[in-house]
Design a binder for this molecule. Structure first.
Ligand SMILES: Cc1cc2nc3c(=O)[nH]c(=O)nc-3n(C[C@H](O)[C@H](O)[C@H](O)COP(=O)(O)OP(=O)(O)OC[C@H]3O[C@@H](n4cnc5c(N)ncnc54)[C@H](O)[C@@H]3O)c2cc1C
Length: 692
């Protein structure tokens, strides 16, 4: 007889666990509090025209959206809203594997991902910084990248060379540090201190300290763990540097339409029972096991029983459901209480436009906005919907914005948490315009703003009606919180945790982390039930192999109680300082950089390009074949990278060994022998409980 699993919570983690379990022959029932499936990844139907969506004309607060059941049949009377826009960086492995197993049309939901090509760092009153979100795929992109690079280190950007070098040294430190050091040292440090932001320029603080953390969910530079931010930053960085793939992807339609609903429908064909509007009120324990859960569905109480239970609720909802009886069996569950303090607000607001404003083909980070806005102009990616069919048929564009900083005053002198819903929309619109309408450009026009929709999770604080509350905050990886985070398998024999706060390789509250946690919970059920069905696949974060010798070297040092070896970074910094002193160039725009600029300009000139003599000359001077301009990817492949590149770096590391290895340092041969041990340690690391 098949065994039954009850899953509490129907977000990405709950659905992912159900998917894996159903494929392995389990009977699965999910209880979800809301009337819309998908948890934080859900779309929210906006009833445009009914006056209840929080439009720019005032009207009633949009709580209705939260309560709205999925429209049956023709849901085109609704305009698509999102709890927050979704992005799928290319280092994701788990969630994308699941997407590729959900049928959709003649393919799978994975086919619904659209690659982005750019990122815009928008600034107040200055032109934004356009960055590529992928390795240059042609000469034009290569030239643009070079130009952006030159520009970003120029005086316009106000970050002195010395600070950029310092930051590069910090990145070098992360990518050449071993995993043990990251867990034991960097996990206890915050990003602000690690990158030395306090003593550096305001531009450095804004772009490289705060800017990097704010683009990663709702993390804050002054409290975010260096281990998490560093790991993910490196993933994103190498994602961009990987030839042939985009570093970032978005869905080609509203999340529920192109993903969550087809997923639910597919899982139902395998027997899933998914209850909406069903809130878990209590979990019962008896005989050292979970015996059931009390669930309230539309005001009626019922008892849910099963062989196995998975808690797929967010940490701040799971913590109060953990009873003393559960803590008596697994004392580490008491950590969920303190962990649930590590949450921040991150909520979506959509602006529906009468004329589309594509702005950029990817993400926009509003680096100067006090409310830490990020956005995507959706229409260019939502190629599956005809906007004329939605709502009153007038909407032509959707600017989907996330607000991640709720306690810093805006232009109106108020923090978002103190603003009414209308004030939140007005102030957000103002911060967007200030960042995008630069110079003569009028990217956003008031007359194009049809209406807006703010996440209905933003309500009134019951204890202080002058302030707002957030129904669904998001876990952020503050320093020193890994020790509080649970593993998927608890010490209660039939109880498991699967949500974005569980210990995973991903180590970031994302759909990827939620999916990986679900796989770990399912694997634990398979193990404890003695099932012979295959385990769910897990992937560790991919680290560049070329740097493995450095990480191994650091591991050997770490095991000998030595700090990370900063001599290489210091030597590089010294060499650059000598270069700058000799040329007199301490910031961009002159000297050697000025010499390069004409080549870049030549490449960018429309008539120029590949055959331009200056460009060809430039290439031959630096020893590159002309093919690099036609197609850098082919050229990289021609070179046979990454192997030769790896070989070169490894050779360099070995050559440098006598210099690197001080009297107290381990020798490189020992180091290289320890490399392969790293992979196995990574897996066991997740299983180490309660490391102080
Ligand atoms: C604005 C925003 C934008 C984001 N953007 C991205 C992105 O671009 N890419 C990315 O990878 N991640 C993103 N994330 C993070 C990602 O959405 C979450 O980490 C992930 O969806 C969490 O999934 P989960 O299943 O663990 O939790 P949840 O999505 O929170 O699901 C838990 C479910 O449990 C339900 N529930 C709560 N209490 C009860 C109860 N008592 N009884 C029954 N059910 C209950 C909830 O209603 C919810 O449906 C974003 C998050 C936010 C807030």
């Amino acid at each position: 007889m098949p065994q039954k699993v009850v899953i509490l919570g129907g977000g990405v983690a709950g659905l992912s666990a159900a998917h894996e379990l159903l494929e392995r022959g389990f009977v699965v029932e999910i209880f979800e509090k809301l009337k819309i499936p998908g948890g934080k990844a859900r779309s929210i139907p906006v009833r445009e025209g009914l006056g209840n969506h929080g439009s720019k004309n005032g009207c009633v607060a949009a709580l209705e959206g939260r309560e709205a059941a999925l429209p049956k049949g023709n849901y085109q009377q609704f305009v698509p809203g999102e709890h927050g826009f979704r992005f799928f960086p290319n280092f994701y492995r788990h969630i994308t594997d699941t997407l590729s197993r959900i049928p959709s049309g003649s393919g799978t939901v994975f086919d619904s991902l659209v690659e982005t090509t750019q990122v815009l760092v928008a600034r107040y009153d200055k032109a934004g910084i356009e960055l590529p979100s992928r390795f240059p795929a042609n000469a034009y992109e290569l030239a643009t990248t070079l130009k952006t690079f030159l520009w970003s280190i120029s005086p316009h950007n106000e970050i002195p060379y010395a600070e950029i070098e310092h930051f590069s040294g910090c990145v070098w430190r992360i990518i050449t540090s071993c995993e043990d050091r990251r867990f034991d040292e960097y996990e206890k440090m915050d990003w602000w201190d690690f990158v030395g932001a306090e003593s550096r320029s305001a531009a450095y603080q804004k772009l490289l300290a705060i800017g990097i953390t704010r683009s990663l969910v709702a993390a804050k530079a002054r409290s975010a763990s260096v281990k998490t931010i560093g790991d993910i930053f490196v993933q994103l960085l190498f994602g961009i540097l990987t030839p042939g793939v985009a570093s970032d992807r978005l869905l080609n339609g509203p999340t529920n339409q192109v993903w969550i609903l087809p997923w639910l429908a597919y899982l139902k064909t395998m027997g899933l029972v998914y209850h909406l509007d069903s809130e878990v009120m209590e979990i019962q324990v008896g005989g050292g096991r979970i015996t059931g859960a009390t669930v309230q569905t539309a005001g009626k109480t019922r008892h849910a029983s099963a062989d196995w239970f998975i808690g797929a609720l967010p940490v701040e909802r799971m913590a109060p459901l953990v009873t003393p009886a559960m803590k008596a069996i697994d004392p580490s569950l008491a950590n969920l209480g303190p962990l649930s303090n590590s949450v921040e607000w991150m909520n979506g607001i959509q602006f529906y436009l009468l004329h589309d404003a594509p702005i950029i083909h990817g993400h926009i980070i509003f680096i100067d906005s006090p409310w830490a806005l990020t956005a995507v102009s959706q229409r260019q990616f939502w190629n599956t919907i005809d906007f004329a069919d939605w709502g009153d048929g007038k909407t032509r564009g959707v600017l989907s914005v996330d607000i991640s900083q709720w306690d810093t005053p805006g232009f109106n002198g108020k923090a978002a948490v103190e603003c009414t819903r209308q004030e939140i929309a007005d102030e957000t619109w103002l911060q967007l315009k200030r960042s995008l309408n630069v110079g003569d450009a009028e990217v956003l026009r008031d007359e194009d703003l049809h209406f807006w929709f703010l996440d209905p999770d933003i309500g009134d604080d019951p204890s202080d009606p002058s302030r707002r509350s957030d129904g669904e905050p998001l876990l952020v990886n503050n320093k020193n919180t890994w020790r509080l985070r649970p593993e998927a398998a608890t010490a209660i024999p039939n109880f498991f945790l699967a949500s974005d706060y569980v210990r995973t390789f991903t180590d970031l509250a994302t759909m990827e982390g939620a999916n990986e946690a679900a796989r770990r919970a399912v694997n634990a059920i398979l193990e404890r039930s003695g099932s012979d069905r295959p385990q769910c696949q897990l992937w560790n974060l991919h680290e560049p192999e070329a740097l493995a010798p450095f990480r191994a070297y650091d591991r050997a040092r770490y095991q000998s109680g030595l700090p990370w070896d900063d001599r290489f970074a210091k030597a590089a910094e010294a060499a650059l300082a000598i270069g700058q002193a000799t040329t007199g160039v301490t910031a961009g725009g002159a000297g050697p950089l000025a010499a390069v600029t004409p080549f870049v300009e030549a490449l960018l000139a429309a008539s120029a390009p590949l055959s331009h003599p200056i460009a060809a000359q430039a290439l031959s001077m630096i020893g590159l074949p002309a093919g690099v301009l036609r197609d850098p990817i082919d050229t990289v492949t021609d070179f046979g990278a990454p192997k030769p590149l790896m070989d070169a770096v490894s050779k360099a590391a070995v050559t440098a060994e006598p210099w690197l290895a001080g009297a107290s340092s381990p020798d490189m041969a020992t180091v290289l022998n320890t490399t392969s041990a790293d992979a196995t340690r990574a897996q066991s690391r997740i299983r180490i409980t309660q490391k102080a």
